[in-house]
Design a protein around this ligand. Structure first.
Ligand code: GLN
Length: 538
């Protein structure tokens, strides 16, 4: 049976449970063990797909089309193991499954309760789809003491009781603040958080203490004494200079060693930290830098484009250059501001998005990049806006637009059944808006000798999608005659997947989200190429 490691958090949120779990997973994997990571989220949404990025940051999409928590992105980037639908669950999903079963009479007349019915369903999720993994690391979202996370904490307590201490390990991540006024590190919040955890039946085996500075031995001993954890299992994690240093830092603090010791296991091989050392060095020692503008609705929110920001940094790693992100809010972007805002920028990226707000500013910025030959990458919505811009300004279809934004426009972007009838463009109705999104991995065929073909060095690729609207394929010839090539198509040749502009150094739009598949240890070719072109601009 796999060994289960449960990671909870205390004192405050945003301590980096995801990054700690991902780093531990990397360390165990690189010592020869098979690892799986999963996340339990305590909110009532069935999945984060419907949540605004303002609320919850980016929605991370998996190969199998699940819309999940952004921590799964960390997991993938650190371990290079693709997550699945079965690796993320929310309270909403658990309750909806239980209620569905209840409606079908599945509980045979019993009173349906949090214990045992909800907790049983959580335990099923923890074990679901696990085959020959050595370790399953389960992160519990939120902070211990929240009403919402209680059923999850109760479920992992039961799980440990049922499967035995030799198969389950509890890691608790807390905050150890430094008080400037008294020049002291304070352990009390940690003591209280562990007390809270123990009051619901869980004694942590390892405590990870997040702190701004190293915790003196005396304070660690105090935590060990009050929290009933051996001193070697009080592990500190001091703020790192870049997230890529986290696996090195946890290795130096012997987190992986203590985990293996707990399970009475030995490393199967030496962990390899060289890649992280190399990346850290590149990221920190950049003499050269390149400015990339991102124009979007949520640019001021740190986590809203998490994978995208990361993928751009990876592109920088591949080119040995530091990437400075110039975040430009699209909402009030005026036409006459674009030139000044893009003045010191060597590349423009328009990311995915939904809804009308801020679109005209994006379209004007794309026109500027097209005309001034600034490297441009449009992702999903960004690609769709590039099509709208080109249709309006080069094909002279003044009313060109997307039906997502304007029901009365000429649909160069629309729901497929708005334009796919016998080659004729027909207007859709409101009913069509309820269509589901195209989610997850889909294939695209790349045209020979196109820029995209050279970038991927392949004629067939698979990338992750998350969109409802499509480029109107009926206008393909018109676009191509004017130099905008549809260089990637779905295998049935119906859906444009990639566009690229001829007579421009680098102008590419993609209907999918390449950022979800970029890894620090293997940067995505599209981002590497985009940063290379931006580096060579001017
Ligand atoms: N809103 C657009 C669509 O649904 C684009 C989505 C996106 O950028 N992820 O097609």
């Amino acid at each position: 049976m796999a060994r289960y490691i449960f990671v909870t958090g205390g004192v405050v949120s945003s301590l980096g449970k995801g990054l700690s779990s991902a780093s531990l997973a990397y360390l165990l994997k690189s010592q020869g063990y098979k690892v799986r990571l999963r996340k339990m989220d305590p909110y009532l949404n069935v999945d984060p797909g419907t949540m605004s990025p303002f609320q919850h940051g980016e929605v991370f999409v998996t190969d199998d089309g699940a819309e999940t928590d952004l921590d799964l992105g960390h997991y993938e980037r650190f371990t290079n193991i693709s997550s699945k639908q079965s690796d993320n669950i929310t309270t909403g999903r658990i309750y909806s499954d239980v209620i569905k079963k209840e409606r079908k009479g599945g509980y045979l007349g019993k009173t349906v309760q949090v214990i045992p019915h909800i907790t049983n369903r959580i335990k099923e999720f923890i074990k679901k789809d696990i085959t020959n993994e050595d370790f399953v690391i389960c992160e519990i979202g939120g902070t211990v003491g929240d009403i919402e996370s209680l059923p999850f904490v109760e479920a992992i307590r039961q799980f440990s009781n049922e499967h035995g201490k030799s198969k389950t390990l509890f890691i608790h991540l807390t905050f150890v603040p430094f008080l400037k006024s008294s020049d002291e590190i304070k352990t009390k919040p940690t003591q209280h958080s562990v007390k809270e955890l123990r009051s619901i039946g869980i004694q942590p085996d390892i405590i990870i203490c997040r702190s701004q500075q190293s915790i003196p031995l005396d304070q660690r001993k105090k935590i060990s004494l009050f929290c009933n954890v051996p001193i070697d299992n009080v592990i500190e994690t001091v703020d790192v200079r870049t997230i890529y240093e986290a696996p090195i830092s946890f290795f130096n603090q012997k987190l992986d060693k203590q985990v293996l010791k707990f399970f009475k296991l030995k490393p199967k091989k030496r962990p390899n930290l060289n890649p992280w050392k190399k990346i850290t060095k590149i990221v920190l020692n950049k003499k050269k830098s390149v400015n990339i503008a991102i124009i979007g609705k949520y640019v001021n929110l740190k986590d809203a484009y998490k994978s995208l920001d990361e993928a751009l940094v990876h592109g920088g790693i591949a080119n040995n250059v530091k990437v400075n992100l110039v975040r430009i809010e699209s909402d009030n972007l005026k036409n006459n501001e674009i030139k000044t805002k893009l003045k010191n920028v060597s590349g423009l990226l328009i990311p995915g998005g939904f809804g009308k707000r801020g679109t005209e500013g994006k379209i004007s910025a794309i026109k500027f990049a097209r005309e001034n030959k600034i490297p441009f990458l449009g992702i999903c919505f960004g690609m769709q806006m590039a099509i709208v811009e080109f249709a309006r300004n080069k094909l002279k279809i003044k009313k060109a637009g997307s039906t997502e934004l304007d029901r009365k426009c000429y649909p160069v972007i629309g729901l497929i059944n708005e334009w796919d009838k016998d080659g004729k463009i027909i207007k859709g109705t409101d009913k069509d808006l309820g269509g589901t999104m195209r989610l997850g991995l889909y294939e695209a065929k790349l045209r020979n000798n196109s820029a995209i073909n050279r970038i991927y060095k392949s004629s067939s690729i698979k990338e992750r999608h998350r969109h409802r609207y499509e480029v109107n394929n009926k206008l393909k010839n018109q676009f191509e005659n004017k130099g905008l090539i549809f260089s990637g198509m779905s295998p049935d040749n119906k859906l444009p997947e990639i566009i690229e502009l001829q007579n421009h150094p680098w102008f590419i739009g993609v209907q999918f989200h390449p950022e979800f598949k970029s890894r620090p240890l293997s940067p995505h070719p599209l981002f590497s190429s985009f940063i290379k072109a931006s580096k060579n601009y001017k």
